[in-house]
Design a protein around this ligand. Structure first.
Ligand code: SF4
Ligand code: FE2
Length: 635
């Protein structure tokens, strides 16, 4: 057994219950996997053709090449490119669904709103579309057309979602490297082709292709998905709620939404309210919806739905015995949930044609019948409530108050209370005068190799103490929310003196009557695009390249291929991008060197791997200070 499975008291409490209930969890399975394959860990195993698998001896005593002649450098670079392309594919697929939804909504064929006309206009304007006197649905269809043209682009031209939204200086860098993506599907296909047996054997070319996948992810995945979702459901504004498993309620029907795409979860939130009387009719006080992973973040940001927990404790949510239904869509869903749900009364519901889990009930989600599916799911939860066994229920009494909903628009809105004409000025002034040393974006997952949340929390404590403002998304945001870093008290407790002064000034001006939280929750994993938009705006305001900004990124506990693709995008934006878990690349000196140093000369950013939270925080601060110096801020 691992010494510490988590630092989240609710998870620790439930891990004990899981042991008592005889439930096997992710930590047990991790233990059974020990020792993990050394070749795989180093990226030195190739299964790209069926002459293999081939593996390279990292100690130089065994084979130095695969059967085809592929070296360690080639094998590692090919494996990485495939992983990053897979991460990008997940986000592009997500974005594509959101584009389809906007199209059908604009045509009046589905019962979805176009909630944010201002955002629609802003995006249309950014794409060079005339907005004057056009009906929202007409404008939406024109925006959709550009998105579809990007998806089906047969030309050599780059995606318009990239050329319209990326910083100018970055576009020049990417163009000079030949990594501007065309149609995202084509780029992902090409990466698959490029890495098959007998194809690219140049590690440098493969690493550049990986950087291109980062851009596919950043713009064809993250940015496109967020833009579409904001138009459909609204751009987030500050909301106040709670985080951690203590948000489940013994006397309510508890329905958890888990996964990533808000197209269904938005409907569930709506129907949970409407069907509340049916819950009351079976003796419950109502329906409590709570979220896991990014479906949770999405409905938190726009609807103020509380967060249940993050990736690593998804099984433990069911172990509470109080979850009547867990509905999942895509990504980060453990296949073990089916088995665990069968030990309690929980009804696990899958909804997507590409995510089916034995033991789960499958209720197909389609845009055309979303309301029916959502109603059926809420009713199943109400029915399951009646089957709940009170003897098995244990809801750990932990929850932290949180403020979330910090879209760029919300941040600019708060700052405009200080300077209505130039809202970014107060932020920039405080960066220039050193009250805010810099900004770090913490993103990504939990990883079972790290005690749940410890890296997020310990590293961020150190950053805040040193007056670094932190913005967060994904499961990192969950971790920091649970740890009490997303409320005003968190500013008092964790922020360094000068950061506290700024947070207090903004909080007072924005009418909170208290400081802004020291960690700003900017949303789901696709909402990393909001961080991209913020740094693009900051760079534009200052007239510098994003690579010059005192800004860094970190995925403290990365687990998914998506974390690698998001991280690669952050590197292409010119940021030092920290990873707290070593990715499978150390088998190649050349690839490791390119990723952690060699790329910097050409792209400005680099990966920084450090497995100790304190050291990582100081490494990032050092990087930020170098950038401050280069900008002439601290002479
Ligand atoms: Fe081995 Fe080359 Fe086939 Fe990979 S592509 S499995 S290294 S022969
Ligand atoms: Fe996520």
């Amino acid at each position: 057994m691992l010494n510490i499975r988590s630092i989240d008291p609710a998870a620790l409490d439930l891990a004990k219950k899981a042991d008592k209930d005889g439930i096997e969890t992710v930590w047990d399975r991790y233990e059974k996997q020990q020792p993990q394959c050394g070749f795989g860990s180093l990226g030195l195993c190739c299964r790209h053709c069926i002459q293999g698998p081939c593996r390279i001896d990292p100690f130089g005593k065994g084979p130095e090449k695969g059967i085809c002649g592929a070296t360690a450098d080639v094998i590692v670079a090919r494996n990485l490119l495939r992983q990053v392309a897979a991460g990008a594919a997940a986000h592009v697929d997500h974005a594509y669904e959101a584009v389809e939804a906007l199209k059908l909504a604009a045509e009046g064929k589905i019962d979805y709103p176009i909630a944010d006309i201002n955002k629609l206009k802003a995006i249309a304007t950014g794409l060079g579309i005339e907005t004057e006197s056009k009906e929202p649905n007409v404008l939406a269809l024109e925006v959709v057309q550009v998105a579809y043209e990007d998806m089906g682009n047969h030309q050599k031209r780059p995606m318009r979602w990239v050329s319209a939204h990326a910083p100018k200086q970055r576009l020049e860098v990417w163009e000079s490297l030949g990594i501007l993506p065309r149609n995202p599907d084509r780029e992902i296909r090409e990466a698959m082709h490029q890495t098959t047996m007998g194809m690219d054997a140049d590690p440098v070319n493969l690493v550049l292709a990986t950087a291109k996948q980062g851009l596919v992810d950043g713009y064809g995945g993250l940015k496109l998905a967020t833009d579409m979702q904001d138009i459909l459901f609204g751009t987030p504004a500050p909301v106040v709620t709670e985080a951690n498993l203590g948000v489940l309620k013994e006397d309510y029907v508890n329905l958890i939404v888990h996964g990533h795409v808000p197209l269904l979860s938005e409907k569930i939130v709506q129907w949970a309210k409407t069907l509340s009387p049916e819950a009351e009719a079976v003796g419950a006080k109502g329906v409590q919806v709570a979220g896991i992973c990014c479906s949770g973040n999405e409905v938190l940001m726009r609807q103020g739905v509380p967060l249940a927990t993050n990736y690593l404790a998804q099984e433990l949510a069911i172990v509470t015995g109080a979850v009547d239904t867990m509905v999942v869509d895509v990504q980060c869903i453990m296949p073990s949930l089916g088995q665990i749900a069968s030990c309690y009364h929980t009804e696990l519901i899958t909804t997507m044609p590409i995510v089916k889990i034995p033991g789960a009930t499958h209720i197909p989600f389609t845009l055309e019948h979303a309301d029916e599916a959502a109603q059926e799911i809420v009713r199943k939860a109400i029915a399951a409530y009646a089957r709940r066994d009170p003897n098995k229920v244990h809801i750990p009494d932990y929850r932290a108050k949180i403020m979330a909903g910090f879209s760029v628009e919300a941040i600019v809105g708060a700052l405009s209370k200080l300077d209505a004409d130039q809202p970014l000025k107060p932020l920039v002034d405080n960066i220039v005068n050193g009250n805010i040393v810099g900004v770090v974006a913490t993103v990504g997952c939990n990883n079972v190799k790290v005690a749940q949340d410890i890296f997020h929390v310990e590293m961020v404590k150190e950053l805040l103490k040193n007056n670094v403002l932190v913005v967060a998304t994904g499961c990192s945001a969950h971790a920091l929310a649970k740890a009490g870093m997303m409320n005003s008290e968190g500013a008092e407790k964790y922020a360094g003196e000068s950061l506290k002064v700024v947070l207090t000034a903004i909080g007072e001006a924005a009418g909170l009557g208290a400081p802004l939280p020291p960690v700003l929750h900017m949303g789901s994993c696709v909402d990393n695009s909001r961080i991209g938009d913020l740094v693009t705006a900051l760079a534009g305001y200052l007239g510098v390249d994003t690579a010059a900004l005192p800004v860094a990124a970190s995925a403290p506990e990365p687990q998914h291929e998506k974390a690698l693709s998001i991280g690669t995008w952050a590197v292409t934006m010119g940021f030092t991008t920290h990873l707290g878990v070593v990715p499978p690349v150390l088998g190649s000196k050349q690839v490791t060197e390119l990723l952690t140093a060699g790329l910097t000369d050409v792209i400005g950013g680099k990966f920084y791997v450090e497995t100790d939270p304190q050291t990582a925080a100081h490494g990032l601060i050092e990087d930020i200070c170098k950038k401050r110096k280069a900008l002439g801020l601290d002479q």
